[in-house]
Design a protein around this ligand. Structure first.
Ligand SMILES: C[S@@+](CC[C@H](N)C(=O)[O-])C[C@H]1O[C@@H](n2cnc3c(N)ncnc32)[C@H](O)[C@@H]1O
Length: 181
């Protein structure tokens, strides 16, 4: 049983081997070690083999993890119920979502907000994974006129809300920082 659960496909084995080779090269090139944040950056975001950029399915039953918005629209509904009164008080409200995954949270939030006809919303997604960005564009096709994709946080102040679900732990961070006293 355990064997079945954790058996990687040939494709996954190939991706793992490629990322291992890449890490060996990077460690070699940087004098025998890598910082935790560089390591995390390569394994998650290397453009071809990094977890969020490679061709694996990731979310849902054909993937290897699931998040609350993927499980049920109730999660988006609960967030929408909080957003509606807040956004209704703003003149030109924007929502910025970090790391939108498959785009399912954006899709269900927009569906809920559109039921409130008075709300004119701009929805922006900041997504580092090129593969997931494409998946989001496909899954959010119906709402394309309301959505745009950002490469960076806006440089100007804006009125609205920033959303992120299960993203902080996917950000490459420095575990330890040594400072001179
Ligand atoms: C665990 S998934 C969560 C996806 C989605 N929010 C959900 O709840 O289903 C993490 C997401 O964050 C994205 N991500 C990771 N680091 C990011 C960063 N620095 N800026 C924006 N998105 C990031 C990943 O590409 C992926 O879409």
């Amino acid at each position: 049983m355990t064997d079945k659960l954790f058996k990687a496909s040939q494709d996954e084995e190939a991706i793992t081997a490629s990322i291992e080779d890449l890490l060996r090269d990077k460690i070699g090139m940087s004098g025998g070690w890598l910082s935790f944040s560089d390591y995390m950056n390569y394994v998650l975001y290397e453009p071809e083999f990094g977890y969020y950029n490679n061709r694996s399915e990731k979310f849902g039953i054909r993937g290897d993890f699931i998040t609350a918005p993927e499980l049920s629209p109730v999660f988006a509904k609960a967030i929408s119920n909080e957003l509606i009164p807040m956004l209704s008080e703003m003149k030109n409200p924007k929502i910025i979502e970090f790391g939108a995954g498959s785009g399912i949270l954006a899709k269900n939030i927009l569906k809920n907000l559109l039921e409130h006809k008075s709300l004119d919303i701009e929805y922006k997604i900041l997504e580092v994974s090129a593969v997931l960005r494409e998946r989001q564009k496909k899954n959010l096709n119906k709402y394309r006129s309301m959505i745009s994709w950002l490469d960076n946080l806006p440089s100007q102040p804006f009125e609205g809300v920033i959303l992120a679900n299960e993203v902080l732990d996917a950000m490459p961070v420095n575990r330890f920082v040594k400072k001179k006293k």
